[in-house]
Write a protein that binds this ligand. Structure first.
Ligand code: PCA
Length: 170
């Protein structure tokens, strides 16, 4: 029997060519992740940039103007532990929840159920309002220009505090 795998939809910095893809590459090199292909969300969902240009998919179905494009990976349980850690699951940064996707790789489009790292529910609605209710259809090179790597951000305050400040500033 093959060990359990979880399908993970990456819409942000875990994608090929972006800041956190090195972790995905690490997982691929140890067989803890396999790239499946390009996928798009079935639902229109808000994709916004929070503090330091960090991308967040908001679990607010019906609020977004776009279906969101990204990459699908099959990830082992131990790979998942490392992704959850990067995404600050226990710190309330992101939460990993189900997402319905359609393949963009040609052939017969089939709906796939996967999981994605959504903005934690405690600030999703606030962040949407703060971003002027305007979302993107993909995290692109252009948007990535505003992304500040974790090691270059101020260390005095927690990311949760930075999110709170971002959402409440004018
Ligand atoms: N990393 C995860 C969630 C947002 C981010 O930057 C991803 O690529 O899907």
């Amino acid at each position: 029997m093959s060990p359990k795998k979880t399908l993970i939809f990456s819409y942000g910095t875990l994608k090929q060519g972006f800041a956190n893809h090195s972790l995905m590459q690490d997982l691929i090199s140890t067989n803890d992740a396999v790239f499946i292909g390009s996928y798009i969300t079935d639902l229109h969902l808000p994709l916004v940039q929070g503090p330091y240009g960090v991308p967040f998919l908001l679990n607010l179905p019906g609020s977004g103007q776009h279906r969101v494009r990204g990459e699908l990976y099959s990830v082992s349980d131990s790979g998942l532990v490392r992704l959850d850690e990067l995404e600050g699951i226990t710190l309330g940064h992101y939460e990993r929840l189900p997402i319905a996707l359609t393949s963009e790789n040609g052939g017969v489009p089939a709906v796939v159920q996967a999981e994605a790292y959504y903005a934690h529910r405690s600030f999703a609605a606030e962040m949407w309002r703060k971003c002027g209710d305007v979302g993107f259809d993909a995290f692109t090179r252009e948007l990535d220009k505003d992304y500040v790597r974790r090691d270059l951000r101020p260390k005095e305050s927690s990311f949760r505090d930075q999110i709170r400040l971002f959402c409440s500033s004018n």
